[in-house]
Design a protein around this ligand. Structure first.
Ligand code: TXA
Ligand code: MG
Length: 321
């Protein structure tokens, strides 16, 4: 069922069932953090490995104390500045937060989503919500109720909050001896964070680090192989794929003869491109193409996060680069 009825949504969650909720980043598959069955079902429905912890969503920073402890001073100022918003912070967890949510870690990831409907819902509940992105493990995250419905159909109820305003997951920051470290690039740009904090180390590519397991694996991938490149013409020339979809950042492609090439041009600006990235990928993935060729973005602003997601999506690709 897809609904916009907040009372219904509350009832579903109060019954310890799962509900797909809108946020400003991507849709999340939510459950009551204090209910073991609801949390177990999140992993089961997503086919998510149990070593990949979940993000806890709270209605305001006033609830932070309920789930986290030893909160560094700097985290409060980041919360003041960026919550509600696309910033997830990792803290030492309270006893009451189960190992299921944190995948056995002593830390818990927390954020206040910036979405009116979901904030009202969270305020009406007696508990926070654990919610990973509402996609089967490794697939492209949903940025609309329709995307989520395509994945899960009637098996999970969906609270429809429209198209996600930002379109890429939250940026994750942890604290190592109180020094902020970025574990995942996301909708809150590096520039915005560094404006507050100065230079911040990024640790999102370390395959040996168990800090944010979700970041090490192939992720955000369409079923269609995706090639990420700086040189569109060469990539097209090198590939004998019959039906190609292009996801362009700046090249204007107008080769009318190649009628099988489908172009989505994202040029407009990075904010819009980030907002549309997953819906473009969903769209291309549903066109029965042999190959998606995506053009890399300039590495600034949200370009970093867009390239990060496209690079992970490209790990399926095994042809000529
Ligand atoms: O924008 C978002 O963050 C969305 C919406 C629904 O809020 N959620 C989301 O959740 O992207 P998910 O599960 O797809 O990604 C959560 C990431 C994973 O990479 C996980 O490893 C990391 O957060 N994470 C969770 N708990 C952590 C912890 N204690 N320490 C380090 N990383 C953690
Ligand atoms: Mg995810």
């Amino acid at each position: 069922m897809i609904t916009t009825d907040l009372e219904k949504a509350k009832r579903i969650l109060d019954n310890n069932q799962n509900l797909i909720i809108p946020t400003e980043t991507v849709y999340g598959l939510a459950g009551n953090i204090y209910n073991t069955e609801a949390i177990n079902n999140i992993y089961r429905i997503k086919e998510r490995p149990s070593n990949n912890p979940l993000i806890v969503h709270i209605s305001s920073s006033e609830s932070l104390d309920l789930v986290a402890k030893d909160i560094p001073e700097i985290a409060y100022s980041l919360a003041d500045k960026f919550w509600p918003g696309a910033l997830t912070m990792v803290f030492n967890k309270r006893e009451s937060i189960s190992d299921l949510i944190t995948a056995g870690k002593q830390t818990v990831a927390v954020r206040v989503p910036n979405h009116e409907t979901t904030l009202s819902l969270l305020k009406s509940l007696d508990y926070p919500l654990a919610a990973p992105s509402a996609n089967p493990f490794g697939k492209v995250s949903p940025t609309s109720a329709a995307h989520a419905y395509r994945y899960f159909g009637e098996s999970v109820d969906i609270l429809d909050g429209g198209k996600c305003e930002l379109g890429i997951e939250s940026t994750i920051i942890g604290f190592e001896e109180e020094t902020p470290v970025i574990y995942r690039l996301g909708s809150l740009s590096l520039e915005e964070i560094e404006y507050q904090l100065g230079n911040v180390e990024i640790k999102n590519h370390d395959d040996n680090s168990p800090i944010a397991p979700g970041m090490m694996l192939k992720h955000y991938a369409p079923t269609t192989p995706l090639l990420l490149t700086d040189n569109i013409d060469e990539a097209i020339k090198n590939n004998k794929a019959k039906r190609i979809g292009l996801l362009l950042s700046q090249t204007v492609y107008s080769d009318r003869e190649k009628s099988t090439i489908i172009v989505i041009n994202n040029k407009s600006n990075r904010t819009t491109a980030a907002k549309n990235l997953y819906s473009d990928l969903h769209q291309l993935d549903n066109m029965n193409l042999d190959l998606i060729i995506a053009e890399r973005w300039e590495e600034s602003g949200l370009g970093n996060a867009i390239n990060d997601r496209l690079a992970r999506a490209s790990l399926n690709y095994q042809g000529i680069k």
